[in-house]
Design a protein around this ligand. Structure first.
Ligand code: EPU
Length: 420
């Protein structure tokens, strides 16, 4: 059990390098299942979720070599796969559901435990199931497992999604790559991580049109080849550093990132009073005053990302003025405001809305990370709270932020990991 001890008051100054996106690399590892042979991924973040996914794939018969120093993962997929994803691993990471589509496509059957994961709301799977059924699969839920089967090849069809779900788009995409005929996904998610998986699938030999738009047209192919692929940079980690710079009135150069993936969030920081300079693969955020409050409404990409919503609540908690934050994706994401309130923040929630009245100062206290992003946001709050903040349940942060504590120390934060 480890905890973070933070002494507030530091201005974060320096540079950080962002690696590949958690929410891409896990899906890229799952996509490797589509083809026999060795798929190699680079820019892989050294986080717990990559290890969990590696273990899941090993249990299916794959050989997975994760070189955390080089930031690479090599997945060697055998001719015959075990098509079961066990509950003990799936419960630790909701993203495990992304093996459903490729396993069904490759093996004709997939038995995947219903996922657990973050404590951020109900997070249904109905669109995943509906999409696979439209492709001709039979899907039942038995004893806590989703069991999907196909008799013969899946058949391409038209699939309109009622919401541009990231996970459902990925499940359907991976199942459709080798289906017979053409699949059209309407209202598909357009996140950079979806573009990343499409880019890898195209290199593997897939036929996908409309990459980066809300209509993906996939024509099934008979064979694929394993590839090497560089994971897209983690825009949420970059956005977290950008907020940390603004909140601590610091100056951070964020390297290996793409400003165009964070357009609205960076605009919000400018509205809050920050100076944002962007280069081809870097973002520099400088702040020399107390931030001004900014309203935020989360929406699917290219809207404001839900994964940066807690960080912006923290920013608003110390800002000059009051702001309304509206969460449209995960209802339970506001649970973390109870923890922020322990640091003295003034946040009132009503359904999808949180009214945040900024205070000049927060006050250090023990708090608990309730999910990955909430954890990072509590750390940022601790950096500007007077006195000592202890953040518990750090394992949530470890799932998404590689080397977080070391990077914070290098930027001048007074933070330590304590093992009790
Ligand atoms: N939804 C359904 N039915 C479905 C699928 C989704 O009702 O079949 C609902 C969910 O309950 C939710 C909304 O649709 O209210 C959005 O879900 P989506 O499928 O888009 O999200 P996800 O694939 O479960 C990924 C990321 C999340 C990120 C969201 C939105 C991964 C592993 N997770 O989740 O990341 O918040 O997209 O961008 O890719 C995080 O990194 O902290 C995180 C939670």
């Amino acid at each position: 059990m480890s905890h973070l001890r933070i002494v507030g008051g530091a201005r974060l100054v320096g540079r950080v390098r962002v690696t590949g996106a958690k929410n891409s690399v896990l899906k890229l590892m799952a996509a490797a299942l589509l083809v026999e042979g060795t798929t190699t991924l680079t820019e892989v973040p050294d986080i717990l979720d990559v290890e969990i996914m590696a273990e899941l794939l090993r249990r299916m018969g794959c050989d997975v070599v994760h070189d955390s120093e080089a930031g690479s993962v090599a997945v060697t997929v055998p001719a015959q796969l075990n098509h079961r994803a066990d509950y003990d691993l799936v419960r630790r990471m909701r993203a495990s559901i992304c093996v459903l589509g490729p396993l069904l496509a490759r093996c004709g059957e997939a038995d995947v435990a219903m996922p657990g994961g973050d404590n951020i709301g109900s997070r249904g799977l109905d669109m995943h199931v509906d999409g696979l059924e439209r492709l001709g699969a039979e899907v039942v839920s038995e004893h806590g497992y989703l069991i999907a089967k196909r008799n013969g090849p899946l058949r391409g069809t038209h699939i309109p999604l009622e919401f541009p779900s990231v996970g459902a788009t990925e499940t359907i995409l991976m199942a459709a790559i080798t289906a017979a005929g053409t699949t059209v996904i309407d209202n598909a998610a357009r996140e950079p991580e979806i573009v990343d998986i499409c880019t890898m699938l195209l290199a593997m030999g897939a036929d996908i049109e409309g990459v980066g738009t809300s209509t993906l047209t996939i024509t099934g192919v008979d064979s694929l080849r394993p590839v090497s692929h560089r994971t897209v940079s983690d825009r949420i980690v970059a956005g977290t550093w950008a907020v940390a710079a603004a909140v601590t009135q610091g100056d951070i150069l964020i390297e290996n990132t793409r400003a165009e993936h964070l357009e609205i969030a960076l605009d919000k920081l400018v509205s809050a009073g920050a100076t944002v300079l962007t280069g081809p693969d870097s973002i520099r955020v400088t702040m020399d005053r107390r931030p001004k409050s900014v309203d935020v409404v989360t929406l699917p990409y290219p809207g404001f990302p839900t994964d940066l919503q807690p960080q912006f609540i923290t920013l608003n908690a110390i800002a000059d003025g009051a702001a309304m934050v509206t969460e449209n994706l995960f209802e339970a994401r506001f649970r973390f405001v109870n923890e922020l309130a322990r640091l003295g923040a003034d946040v009132r929630t009503d359904g999808h809305h949180a009214l945040v009245r900024g205070k000049p100062m927060l006050s250090g206290a023990p708090v608990e990370a309730t999910d990955i992003r909430a954890g990072a946001s509590l750390v940022i709050a601790g950096l500007v709270a007077e006195g000592v903040t202890m953040v518990h349940e750090v394992h949530h942060i470890d799932r998404g932020y590689a080397g977080f504590v070391g990077q914070l120390q290098s930027l001048g934060a007074d933070i330590q990991r304590l093992s009790l």
